[in-house]
Design a protein around this ligand. Structure first.
Ligand SMILES: NC(=O)c1ccc[n+]([C@@H]2O[C@H](COP(=O)([O-])OP(=O)(O)OC[C@H]3O[C@@H](n4cnc5c(N)ncnc54)[C@H](O)[C@@H]3O)[C@@H](O)[C@H]2O)c1
Length: 335
């Protein structure tokens, strides 16, 4: 397939790009580099040893996007481009609605104008809001508790309405993506203070930060710390390939959980990382953060059945891969 990859210079997009090229697809990346890296694309090129195109543009720029569609004539779109920080979305809600919802609207218009009928979208487990039960299945109520989650739900709604008459859309509700490419050449490189746990732990391990603040150790979990379902970035990338393969046989719109079905607590993740790095990770236990829940775990059965996909890697694999990346690239991509 010829696949247009929005947000392909970002964390998940760049890792998926490498797997996409290895699977024999052709790719064109569209990214405004607001949170992605040219160097990630350089490394994707080295690792895959394949050529792909790159257009530095915003997906809300209809003229540039239209030119990209006209020149590349994609069969499908992998849509990663978006803003993703929950806290920032509370401070700047309109920027999130503009980028995530407005960006997708612009993308769907370009797809319609150029007869492109397949899209796989990066949704998120945040669409569920506070869990009523675990594991979270796709029938769980959709009650996002912040603007970021609202934008993901709005995009899912747009895709549901757009799909039909040959148009196919699949929203993958990611749980917590972690890890790095096995080569150690690509990984997660947050700008500023990491919002996610594993990159924070990685920066403590490499000495860029002093210690990890663990928010809450009195939850109703195995060891009192919060529990999440961590999905290895390589498994996540493969879920996108599986979606592209399955798309024509799926319902016009599908929303599928992408997780492992197993939880890891903060303490277990820190222990796994310390083991992988052979270093102690200093932790301070502080009070719980407002809005955090004890546990979030996916029921991934629908994705397993409909995509013929299953997560194969675990938190130890992700910790080793992340440390390989972080120790070889202490300052990330270095831009
Ligand atoms: N990382 C996670 O924990 C997580 C979890 C669930 C869902 N997601 C979703 O997955 C997608 C990818 O996440 P990621 O972790 O790779 O984030 P990322 O920030 O590393 O990648 C997003 C990429 O999109 C680009 N981008 C953003 N807005 C754009 C625009 N308007 N036009 C063109 N390019 C634009 C950025 O420059 C960046 O390269 C996002 O939509 C995110 O919401 C991420």
């Amino acid at each position: 397939m010829r696949v247009l990859v929005t947000g392909g210079a970002g964390y998940i997009g760049s890792h998926t790009l490498v797997e996409l090229l290895a699977d024999g697809h052709e790719a064109l990346v569209v990214d405004n580099l607001s949170n992605g890296f040219q160097e990630a694309l350089n490394r994707a090129k080295q690792l895959s040893n394949k050529h792909f195109g790159f257009i530095d543009c915003d997906i809300r720029d209809a003229v540039s996007l239209g030119k990209a569609f006209a020149a590349f004539k994609p069969d499908a779109v992998l849509h990663f481009a978006g803003l993703k920080a929950v806290g920032e979305s509370v401070e700047k809600p309109l920027a999130y609605y503009d980028n995530n919802v407005g960006g997708t609207l612009s993308l769907l218009r370009a797809m319609d104008a150029h007869g492109c009928q397949r899209i796989v979208f990066s949704s998120s487990a945040t669409v569920y809001g506070t869990p009523h039960y675990l594991p979270l299945d796709e029938a769980h109520p959709l009650e996002p508790v912040n603007p970021y989650g609202q934008t993901k739900l709005m995009v899912e709604t747009m895709l549901r309405d757009w799909a039909g008459d040959g148009r196919k859309a699949c929203a993958l509700r990611y749980f917590n993506p972690v890890g790095a490419h096995e080569s150690g050449r690509m990984g997660e490189d947050p700008r500023g203070i990491p919002n996610n746990l594993m990159p924070y732990v990685a920066q403590v391990a490499i000495g860029r930060r002093d210690a990890l603040n663990v928010f809450g150790n009195d939850y109703d979990t195995r060891d009192g710390t919060g529990e999440r379902d961590y999905i290895h970035i390589t498994d996540l990338a493969h879920a996108h390939l599986a979606s592209l393969r399955a798309l024509d046989d799926l319902a016009d719109f599908e929303a599928l959980n992408i997780g492992t079905g197993a939880g890891t607590t903060v303490k277990e993740l820190v222990d796994a990382y310390a083991q992988a790095a052979g270093r102690e990770i200093k932790c301070y236990y502080v009070g719980p953060r407002a809005g955090d829940v004890a546990s979030t775990i996916a029921c991934p059965k629908q994705a397993q059945a409909k995509l013929d996909w299953t997560a194969r890697l675990n938190i130890d694999d992700a910790s080793r891969a992340s440390w390989h990346w972080q120790s070889q690239n202490p300052e990330g991509y270095g831009e």
